[in-house]
Design a protein around this ligand. Structure first.
Ligand SMILES: Nc1nc2c(c(=O)[nH]1)N[C@H]1C(S)=C(S)[C@@H](COP(=O)(O)OP(=O)(O)OC[C@H]3O[C@@H](n4cnc5c(=O)[nH]c(N)nc54)[C@H](O)[C@@H]3O)O[C@H]1N2
Ligand SMILES: Nc1nc2c(c(=O)[nH]1)N[C@H]1C(S)=C(S)[C@@H](COP(=O)(O)OP(=O)(O)OC[C@H]3O[C@@H](n4cnc5c(=O)[nH]c(N)nc54)[C@H](O)[C@@H]3O)O[C@H]1N2
Ligand SMILES: [Mo]
Length: 678
């Protein structure tokens, strides 16, 4: 029996440090690591469920080939790789390497993930996606305003006296933040939640503002109006560090609380009160979530929200600031690389960064010169998770050949011609960062994968050999096969940053230069060196107004229209998107897919609690039981995302493939629907 320090690599704020105990090659225990000041209390239920997940009988542990009837049969590695190499070589010969789509999702963090694209370059190139499903509207809004995505340490929240959870539900999506929230409350902090749903987080708040979805920009402008009207402005900060204050003041002058109230569905009194708190309580931390930036107007909304902290001088101080994304650990540039989010600004003729991930299905079908023939998917489950599931399925079906590398037979894997098994985070060493706390982690190999499972790096090596790629080229792109070689490869990448594997073996390590208080030096790496309320870059790059004007979301539901309800598809406690829901430990405790509705909305449609109903729009429909929820804003319905098509709950059958105004994100919540008796 041995215990190892590691970290959870899921795409989650918390990125918990974990102590995992292995006995006879099996994971038997998962515990917390108090040395991580952000996640001292240990794993959530999903983290504990790794005990089941790592050895689940449902894991894919050998290559599987799809039969004509849609079922899968095991095949040997030689046969699988020969077939894949044959299909890849044929597509390359006939149409060129860019007829191969390389699609990578957010299923697992790690430095080794970068090896995949290195392989596809050796293949001669490929087509890949730009943008991101998760957070780019907010990232870009923050970058345009502050110059960089950094924030105060998670535990610094304890110093805040006013905390706004604006479209974020940490009680489910960042459970460790609740500890810091509780400590802040013990010190007397006031807490406000802005969310159309009465979330678990709202239970810990002094106020809940149940805003109309997609109208946060208008709320921010209304709050700004009151701050300016009352003179609750930090003049010294504004004069020294803010660009565009005068123009912003003109903009907010047109947004008295009555106007903001009419647009947001909140009362003018509530807006006045929150503005008074923002103007007279300090320090203030705004914790905007990713959920509220999934609209076609959210980049501008985020800029309007961030302006509230700039004009009140609540940046660069303990307990203050904008806690959106903390990329202090992104030292290997994985997320800072514009290729992740932007279209080919640096076309190199090898990798065609040519498909918007938000419009995956449509653009897979439409892309030409060359068109796509083959798809390779790893770490992602785009069929249920990308917008417009129907189009994504159709696009995959049109291809000649599909390969999916995954731990489980997901919806996307079920569409593949060949499914290759994936390792788990316990089966290959790697190094990971985080996007909330500032720690880097070594994630050591703590057990052998099941016989028949190869890590992606070894899959690529075997495939490369079959494709005739030179051994030296493969050795330059991939670490060696055994754990010592992987560790040496990781060590080489740590060294230039003054980090060592030995230090990381001892526990979580703060990123070099990690700041407890971000922007404490009041240097903002924007074009002007100031916090930019007016941004020329915003309009040049994205075609939006220089100031964060408010526009309605493209698909705002119209009362009395065909689709009068707004569909929210947030995340939920016991899954990470489409992961974990297949485990027995989770199924025992988590809700099945269901349509949360306000009882008044259900009553006018003749729907009772538990009754099966049809949730639909022009793009698709789901048949699910109704769950009456007095905590939901009327006019909204909610189904958590991440359920599989195979379980009848894939919410993206209803969403449209469309981008956010900034950053090439996916406007999942810009989605009008109706519910009727089934
Ligand atoms: N347990 C768990 N944790 C997770 C994840 C998970 O799947 N499960 N996923 C991880 C990832 S990748 C992400 S992106 C984050 C996401 O976690 P969060 O940042 O919390 O984002 P969401 O859950 O998408 O949405 C948060 C809230 O936004 C609200 N919301 C929706 N529309 C609006 C709006 O127009 N205005 C306002 N003010 N609020 C709105 C929703 O009702 C929801 O309660 O969580 C991470 N952590
Ligand atoms: N309607 C709606 N849709 C949404 C959202 C929403 O709020 N509403 N949220 C969006 C957001 S924020 C996100 S981040 C995306 C998430 O969507 P995806 O990035 O597709 O992530 P997951 O659903 O977590 O699926 C990841 C897959 O990777 C597999 N995997 C895990 N580890 C490994 C590994 O080491 N190797 C390989 N090869 N595979 C591995 C898992 O088994 C899983 O099948 O969903 C988006 N979709
Ligand atoms: Mo995400």
């Amino acid at each position: 029996m041995a215990t190892f320090l590691t970290a959870c690599p899921r795409n989650c704020y918390s990125t918990c440090s974990l102590a995992v105990t292995v006995e006879n090659g099996r994971l038997v225990r998962v515990e917390g690591v108090p040395a991580n000041r952000a996640t001292p209390e240990g794993p959530c239920l999903k983290g504990l469920a790794y005990v089941e997940r790592s050895h689940s009988p449902d894991r894919v542990v050998q290559p599987l080939a799809r039969r004509r009837d849609g079922s899968f049969a095991p095949v040997g590695w030689d046969e699988a790789l020969d077939r894949i190499a044959g299909e890849l070589a044929a597509a390359r010969a006939e149409l060129g390497p860019q007829s191969v789509l390389f699609y990578a999702g957010s299923g697992s963090k790690g430095l080794l993930n970068g090896c995949s694209l290195a392989f596809w370059r050796l293949f001669g190139g490929c087509t890949t996606t730009y943008g991101d499903l998760c957070w780019p509207a907010g990232l870009e809004a923050t970058r345009l305003t502050l110059g960089d995505n950094r924030h105060n340490a998670p535990w610094d929240l304890e110093h805040a006296r006013l905390i706004l959870f604006w479209g974020k539900n940490p009680a489910e999506t960042n459970v460790h933040q609740m500890l810091h929230l509780d400590r802040a409350r013990e010190r007397g902090a006031r807490v406000v939640v802005i969310d159309p749903r009465r979330t678990e987080t709202a239970a810990r708040a002094d106020r809940l503002l149940q805003i109309r979805p997609g109208s946060d920009g208008a709320l921010a402008l209304g709050l700004g109006h009151v701050l300016a009207r009352e003179g609750w402005i930090d003049r010294a900060f504004v004069d020294a560090h803010v660009l565009g204050y005068e123009a912003w003041a003109v903009l907010v002058a047109a947004w008295p609380p009555a106007r903001a109230a009419a647009v947001t569905g909140l009362s003018a009194e509530a807006i006045e009160e929150l503005a008074r708190w923002l103007g007279t309580v300090a320090p203030v931390t705004i914790v905007p979530g990713f959920g509220m930036q999934r609209f076609t107007n959210s980049g501008q909304a985020m800029r309007a929200m961030l302006a509230l902290l700039a004009v009140t001088g609540q940046i660069g101080r303990p307990g203050a600031g904008w806690m959106y994304a903390n990329l202090q650990t992104a030292i290997f540039s994985a997320v800072k690389d514009p290729l992740d989010f932007y279209p080919p600004e640096r076309p190199d003729g090898v990798v065609r960064v040519g498909i918007s991930t938000a419009r995956l299905g449509r653009e897979m079908e439409e892309i030409a010169d060359p068109p796509l023939a083959v798809a390779w998917v790893e770490r992602g489950n785009p069929i249920p998770q990308n917008p417009e599931t129907g189009r994504v399925v159709a696009a995959f079906r049109r291809l000649r050949f599909r390969v999916v590398v995954d731990e489980f037979l997901t919806d996307t894997a079920r569409e593949a011609d060949l499914v290759l098994p994936a390792k788990t985070f316990l089966e290959q060493s790697d190094v990971i960062g985080a996007y909330w706390h500032p720690y880097l982690h070594l994630r050591p190999k703590v057990m052998e994968p099941p016989p028949g499972v190869l890590p992606e790096t070894e899959i690529y090596r075997a495939l490369g050999r079959r494709l005739g790629i030179a051994e030296e080229a493969l050795a330059a792109a991939l670490p060696g096969p055994d754990d010592e070689a992987v560790l040496a490869w990781l060590g080489e990448r740590l060294r230039p940053h003054g980090l060592s594997l030995d230090a990381l073996r001892e526990g979580p390590v703060l990123a070099p230069g990690a700041e407890e208080v971000a922007f404490a030096d009041l240097r903002f790496p924007t074009p002007s060196g100031r916090v930019e309320l007016a941004s020329a870059e915003a309009s040049e790059r994205w075609g939006v107004e220089e100031l964060p004007q408010f526009r309605e979301p493209e698909e705002a539901p119209a009362p009395g229209g065909r689709f009068p309800l707004a569909l929210l598809t947030p995340n939920t406690k016991n899954r990470i998107h489409s992961q974990f829901g297949n485990l027995a430990a989770i199924r025992r405790l988590a809700d099945p897919p269901r349509i949360a509705m306000h009882p008044d909305d259900a009553a006018v449609r003749g729907l009772a609690d538990g009754q099966r109903a049809r949730l639909f729009n022009d793009r698709g429909e789901l048949l699910l039981p109704v769950h009456l929820d007095w905590g939901l804003r009327p006019g909204c319905v909610a189904v958590t995302n991440g359920f599989w098509l195979a379980e009848g709950g894939a919410v993206n059958l209803l969403s449209r493939g469309r981008e956010t105004d900034l950053g090439h994100g996916a406007a999942f919540h810009d989605n009008a629907v109706e519910v009727a008796r089934a």
